[in-house]
Design a protein around this ligand. Structure first.
Ligand code: ZN
Length: 576
C-alpha cells in the first residue's frame, strides 16, 4: 500500500517529515492480509505467481515498517509525548503477533517447489536470511519477546530520565559529554564521577533489568531448542556467513596484533596530555588543549555537511538535497529526548531519518558522516532495490557503509574543523583503532554472560574487569565509582538493547580501514569501489560483499596485522 508515497518532482510540493502521516497498524486487518497472501503463495501455479505474492507481501512489510519507524522516531524525539509512547507500547505488543503470522508465510516460501527459480530471481541471501529468522522465532517465545521489549524500554526510560546536577545545571547523559572531555582534569574527573554516581544510585534497578534480560533471553534460546543465547544471538543478528569460533579467532587477532599498537597510542596520548597514569577519565582526552571540536554554529555545521555531500559525487548531492528539503534531521539535544543517535528508514516515504543529540563535540560531525553514511545507503537502496528485505545487508556490512563514509569525508574535514583539522584527522584514526579492542571486549563479555546465565550481578562485573585487562590493559579504573566496581558496561546500551551487536562495529571498522588504505592511494578509485559496495545493498552476505569489491575478510588471519601496521606507520608520520 503505497498510496501515501509521494513523487518528488519539479514544481510539486515536497512533503516534510512533520507532514508524514502516521497510520496505526490494525492488527486484525494486517493479519488477514498476511494470511491471504500466504494462501496465494501456497496455491500459486507458477514461479511468476509466487513472485507476485512476494511483492504483495513487500507492500505489507513496508506499511508495517513505516508505522514502526514513525512511532519510534517521534517517541525518541520526545519521550514525554503520550500519544507516541502509547503507540510504541501498542507496536511492541502487536509486533510478535504479526511476526508469528509472517513466519507462516516464510515457511510456505521456504518450502516452495520453485525455490531454485525464486533464488535466481530474488537472490539466494533472501532465503538464507529467512531460514535464520525461522530458526530465531516460534510462537512459544512470543510472550518472552514482549517481556524482553518491556525491559528494554525500562532501561531506555531510566537513562533518559537522568537529570544530573553539574556545574550549576541539570544535564542529561549526552549533555555531560563535553565535560567528560574537558581539558581540566578535575572537571573530567568530576563529570565521570557524576555519571558514575547516577549509575550507582540506580544500581539495583540496572542489575535487575539486566538479570531479567539474561534469564529471559536464555529461556527463549532453550524454547527454540538451542544450547544458550549465544547461538540465538548469532541467529538474531543474521550472522549468515561466520560462526562464533571465527569471531573468537578475530578477537585473538585483535589482542595479538592491535592491542600492543593501541598501548603505544595510549602511551603517546598520556605524554601528550601530560599525565603519568592514564585514568578512565583521561581516556577520551586526546590533546592537552582539548580534542578537536567543530568550529561554528549549528547552522554552519549543517551547512558544511550540505556542501560536503554536494561536492562529493552526483549521488550524494541528490541525497543531501532530499535530506534538507524534507527536513529529515532531528539533531539538537533537548530535555525529554532519548539519548544516542541513529538512522532509521521510512520506506513508505522512500527516505531515511537521522536522529542525534548534538553536544558541541566532534561527535556532532560524526552524525553528518557516520549516520549520513547509513542514510545514504538507505537512499541508494530505496532507488535501486525493490524488496525491502534486501535493502540493507546484515549489520557489519551496514556499519561498513557508515564507518567508511567517515573516511571518505576526509577531504572536507576542513569545513568542520578549520585550524583543528590535522588534530581531528589524527584523533579519528586513533579513535578507530582504539575502538576495535573495546568492541571486542563488549562482545567477549556478552559471550561469557550468555554462556553462564547463572552468574550473579557481582560475578558479571568481575568478568568485565578481567576482560578489561585483556583488551584495555592501559586503563586505570581504580577509585572511581561505578567504573571501579566493573559496572561500566551498563552505559553501553547495546548490551541491553541489541545483544551481540557490538562486534559488528569491529568487523565494519576493519573493512572501513581497508577503504581508508585505498583512499590514501586514490580517493576517486576508492569511491567507485565503495559505491559498488553500497549499491549492492543487502543482496549478498557481509563476506560476499567484501570479497565482491576485492577487500580482505576481517576474520581471515593477518587482516588485522596488515591494517595495524599501516595505521601505526601513518600515525608516526603524522605525529602531533
Ligand atoms: Zn552506525
Amino acid at each position: 500500500m503505497l498510496f501515501y508515497k509521494i513523487r518528488v518532482q519539479k514544481g510539486v510540493k515536497v512533503m516534510k517529515f512533520s507532514e508524514f502521516i502516521y497510520k496505526r497498524i490494525d492488527l486484525e486487518e494486517t493479519k488477514k492480509k498476511i494470511q491471504e497472501i500466504t494462501e496465494k503463495l501456497k496455491h500459486a501455479q507458477s514461479v511468476e505467481e509466487q513472485v507476485q505474492a512476494v511483492y504483495e507481501m513487500n507492500d505489507v512489510k513496508k506499511e508495517i515498517a513505516t508505522a514502526d519507524s514513525l512511532v519510534y522516531i517521534r517517541y525518541t524525539i520526545n519521550t514525554k509525548d503520550e500519544f507516541y509512547a502509547k503507540e510504541r507500547e501498542y507496536n511492541d505488543h502487536i509486533g510478535p503477533m504479526l511476526e508469528e503470522e509472517m513466519q507462516k508465510y516464510n515457511k510456505v516460501l521456504l518450502a516452495s517447489p520453485f525455490r531454485k527459480e525464486l533464488e535466481e530471481k530474488l537472490g539466494k541471501v533472501l532465503f538464507i536470511n529467512l531460514e535464520l529468522s525461522m530458526k530465531g522465532f516460534s510462537p512459544e517465545i512470543t510472550e518472552l519477546l514482549q517481556k524482553e521489549s518491556t525491559l528494554q524500554t525500562q532501561y531506555q526510560s531510566l537513562l533518559a530520565s537522568a537529570q544530573i546536577e553539574f556545574d550549576g545545571e541539570k544535564c542529561n547523559l549526552s549533555q555531560l559529554g563535553p565535560y567528560m572531555q574537558s581539558q581540566d582534569r578535575e572537571v573530567r574527573k568530576a563529570a565521570y564521577e557524576a555519571t558514575g554516581k547516577f549509575f550507582d544510585e540506580h544500581q539495583g534497578e540496572l542489575d535487575e533489568i539486566f538479570d531479567k534480560l539474561v534469564k529471559n533471553r536464555t529461556e527463549q534460546a532453550h524454547r527454540l531448542g538451542m544450547k544458550n543465547f549465544v547461538e540465538l544471538g548469532y541467529v538474531r543478528r543474521q550472522r549468515n556467513c561466520y560462526a562464533p569460533e571465527a569471531i573468537a579467532d578475530f578477537r585473538q587477532q585483535v589482542v595479538r596484533d592491535l592491542v600492543p599498537i593501541v598501548c603505544e597510542i595510549k602511551k603517546n596520548q598520556a605524554e601528550r596530555i601530560g599525565v603519568e597514569d592514564l585514568k578512565i577519565y583521561d581516556d577520551s582526552l586526546q590533546f592537552p588543549d582539548g580534542n578537536a571540536i567543530p568550529q561554528g554554529t549549528y547552522d554552519e555545521i549543517m551547512e558544511a555537511g550540505r556542501k560536503m555531500y554536494t561536492e562529493m559525487s552526483p549521488e550524494t548531492a541528490d541525497f543531501i538535497k532530499m535530506m534538507f528539503d524534507r527536513e529529515l534531521f532531528d539533531v539538537v539535544a533537548k530535555p525529554g529526548k532519548a539519548t544516542g543517535g541513529y538512522c532509521a528508514d521510512i520506506p513508505g516515504y522512500g527516505c531515511p531519518f537521522i536522529f542525534s543529540n548534538f553536544n558541541g563535540t566532534a561527535g556532532d560531525v560524526d552524525v553528518l558522516t557516520h549516520e549520513a553514511g547509513h542514510a545514504f545507503a538507505e537512499y541508494m537502496a530505496e532507488k535501486n532495490i525493490e524488496l525491502i528485505d534486501m535493502h540493507l545487508p546484515s549489520m557489519e556490512a551496514a556499519e561498513t557503509h557508515s564507518m567508511s563514509m567517515e573516511f571518505f569525508a576526509t577531504p572536507w574535514y576542513e569545513l568542520f574543523f578549520k585550524h583543528q583539522t590535522k588534530k581531528y584527522e589524527v584523533s579519528h584514526l586513533e579513535g578507530t583503532l582504539n575502538f576495535i579492542p573495546y568492541g571486542c571486549l563488549v562482545d567477549h563479555f556478552q559471550q561469557v554472560v550468555y554462556e553462564h546465565p547463572e552468574m550473579t550481578p557481582a560475578e558479571r562485573n568481575e568478568a568485565w574487569l578481567k576482560l578489561e585487562k585483556m583488551y584495555r590493559p592501559y586503563l586505570d579504573l581504580e577509585g572511581m565509582p561505578f567504573y571501579g566496581r566493573g559496572a561500566g558496561w551498563q552505559r553501553q546500551n547495546h548490551i541491553y538493547l541489541t545483544p551481540f551487536y557490538y562486534i559488528d562495529y569491529c568487523l565494519a571498522q576493519t573493512v572501513a580501514l581497508q577503504f581508508w588504505l585505498e583512499i590514501e592511494k586514490d580517493w576517486k578509485q576508492a569511491w567507485e569501489k565503495y559505491k559498488m559496495f553500497v549499491q549492492r545493498g543487502g543482496t549478498d552476505t557481509f563476506l560476499g560483499l567484501v570479497a565482491g569489491v576485492g577487500l580482505a575478510s576481517p576474520v581471515e588471519d593477518g587482516c588485522i596485522r596488515e591494517i595495524a601496521g599501516h595505521a601505526s606507520e601513518w600515525l608516526k608520520e603524522h605525529k602531533l
